[in-house]
Design a protein around this ligand. Sequence first.
Ligand code: SF4
Length: 417
Amino acid sequence: MKVAIKTLGCKVNQVESDILTTTFSQEGIEVVNFGEKADLYIVNSCAVTREAENKTRQLVNRVLRNNLAPRVILTGCYARLISQEEKNPFEEPVFLLPDFPKEKEILNLVGKWWGKKFTLAEYPLPSRARVWLKIEDGCDHFCSYCLIPHLRGNIKSEKKEKIIRQAQALERRGIREIVLCGVNLGYYGKNRGEKELINLLEELVDNTTLVRFRLSSFEPFLLDEEFIKRYFSLQDRVCPHFHLPLQSGSDRVLKSMRRGYDTAYYRDLVSLLRSYCSAVAISTDIIVGFPGEEKEDFENTISFSQEVGFSRTHIFVFSPRPGTPAFLWEKEKGIPKKEKKNREKILREVARETQKNYHRLFLGEKLKVLVESVQDGMGSGYSENYIPVKFRGNPEEGEIVEVTIEKEENGFLEGKS
Ligand code: SF4
């Protein structure tokens, strides 16, 4: 039995697909490359941009046209979107699973198709050096450009006890870095009445000994001093790295995006983080070409990026999503495509510069690198502050080694262990 899985979009989708891959492998189902012949194709789709939707449709049509598999499962955000619409562009043999299936559900489903019964291991364990654990789903913030709250629905949080047991199982398996992720991670526990991410982190640290924990994206409006203080008191068991999506460096645009903060707030947050850990990495997401973004707004984004000195910047060109307020604004005051691309190019240059400046702070210093691959006497992986590092030495994959940094190259650091 063979299954092919294709994942589009964000890290949460990738984590969900990884869980399926591991589940299938543990049940003896071979997971093959997308494009090879298989008994089942799964497309874990994305609807964050129009391009992502087009790509999903192309992928599904390619499978059907080339007769690659008798069945296609379409899941993820695009599946949710079309299941809410009157007209579904797909028919049999495309099977829509609007809610991402739990391991057990999908095994039952494929078991039914193949006439087989599967018994699921309690925690399917992935085989990578760094493991992402999805602990939260959903968001109710409704930024004016974002479809996620419409598609992912209410906030749901994984039980603390289950996460701890899973982290312990991963540690026993030799995993040394766990990244906690969610659709809006800072909301972890909110559905139970309180934001308890920091309590969870403290318990994770208490109940494991060797793993270091990293947080995926964290919305700035959910971060406060108590969290920061308690986070850094966990010392080297947590990574000095915060991914705080800025989205724009213009207060006018932030307001129109309904982000719930302004640049003064973000600036204070950065100072606070640096007062607890001076070399903390701050990475971000920025949208360029938001409807009504004047040249001056964009220039503010440039200067604010330089001021903060982001360690890494993911740049998104604004894409209007039907059903959001910004979709209507795009018609009234959208930025021409050429200008959006131009702004993207300018910001990319600035991002490269701020990244280089941040990387240079570590020349001659020691960083703790999680070894993700070893080849011909060279190891590579990410440091605690999420810098890609290559180094001479013969480490074991999956261990954390101390590397002395000697030079900075295009986008990464080099050194020796
Ligand atoms: S915080 Fe805003 S951008 Fe993030 S998922 Fe929620 S609505 Fe979307």
